[in-house]
Write a protein that binds this ligand. Sequence first.
Ligand code: SF4
Length: 323
Amino acid sequence: MSNEQRVRYNEYSAYLKNKYGEKVYKLPVNLPGTCPNRDGTLGTGGCIFCDEEGAGFECLPSSMDIPRQLEQNKAFFRKRFNARRFFAYFQAFTNTYCDLETFRQNVLAAAAVPDILGISISTRPDCISDAYLDFLKSIKEEKGLDINIELGLQTVNYHTLQRINRGHSLAEFIDAVLRTEKRSIDTVVHLILNLPWDNETDAIESAKVCSVLGVDYVKLHSLYIVKDTLLGQMYKKGEFEVISLDEYIDRVVLFLEYLDPRIVIQRLVGKGPQGSLYFCNWATSWWKIRRRIEEVMAERDTWQGKKFNYTNGAAFRTTSQPE
Ligand code: SF4
C-alpha cells in the first residue's frame, strides 16, 4: 500500500457509512440535571475545568420535553445535511444520575421517536450500575437499538484525576467498562491528552488502557480553559502552562500509534465551547488541527495501531517462548 493510500486512523464517519450505508447524526438531548461532583454527594465544585453547562453547550433548553428536542434537532439536521437516521444523544451532565424509573422513561421517550436507531448516554464511570445496564440491554434486544455509554475519563493518570477533582479514580472507570461490555453495550471514552499535569507517557498509557479493556470508541479534545472555573483561576495566576500545538499534535499521534486499530475515533479534535474562555484550541480552527494531525501522520508514515504490540505476553515475542 502506498503512503498516500494508507488509512491513517479508524475514522467515525467512514465507520458509520460502512455500518449503516450512510452518515448517522447525533441529536443532543438536554435534561435538567446535575452531577454528584456538583450537588454535594462527592463534592460541590465539580471538575476544575467544568462550567455550569455541564459540558452540554450545544443543547436546546432542558425545559423542552425529549420528543420535542429530538424533533427540533432532527428538522435542523434534515435541512442542513439531508440526514435520515439518528442517534439520541443524552449529552449534558450525568444522565444516569437519577432514579431508575426516571432513567427508563427518558430512554423510552427517546427510543419512541421515529428514525432513532440508537441511543448514546453520557455519564460518569461511577454513575452506572448493573440495574441501569440491564435495562439498556433489554431495550437494545427488544427494540434492536444500538446503545452506547459515553464515559468521561479524561486521563488514566489517577494522580491527575485527583488534581482535576474528578471524584473518581481509574478503578471506577475500569469497573464501568467491564460491566458495560458484559452486556454487549458499546463504550465510548472521553480523553483530554494535554491536562496540565500529564505528559506523553500518560497519553500512551491512556491508549493502552482503552485498548486492553476493549472499549469501542474514543473521543479526544484538547483542554479548554473556561473563565469562572477553578482551572481558569489557576491559569490566570500562571500556575500551569498549556503545551504548544505542535507538542499536542505529537501526543495525539503517539496516542493513535498505541491504540488498537479496531477502536473507532469518534472525535479527533473538539470544537470547543462558546462563551468566556481563556484558552481553546490554540485559537485555531478545529478542522485545521485535524488536518495537521493527518499531515503529520502522513509525513511520518504512521497510523493508528502501529505500536499496538503490547498485549498477550509481548515479552515472549522477543524470546523463544511460545505465545
Ligand atoms: S463530571 Fe461532568 S458534569 Fe460533573 S463536574 Fe465533571 S465535567 Fe462537570
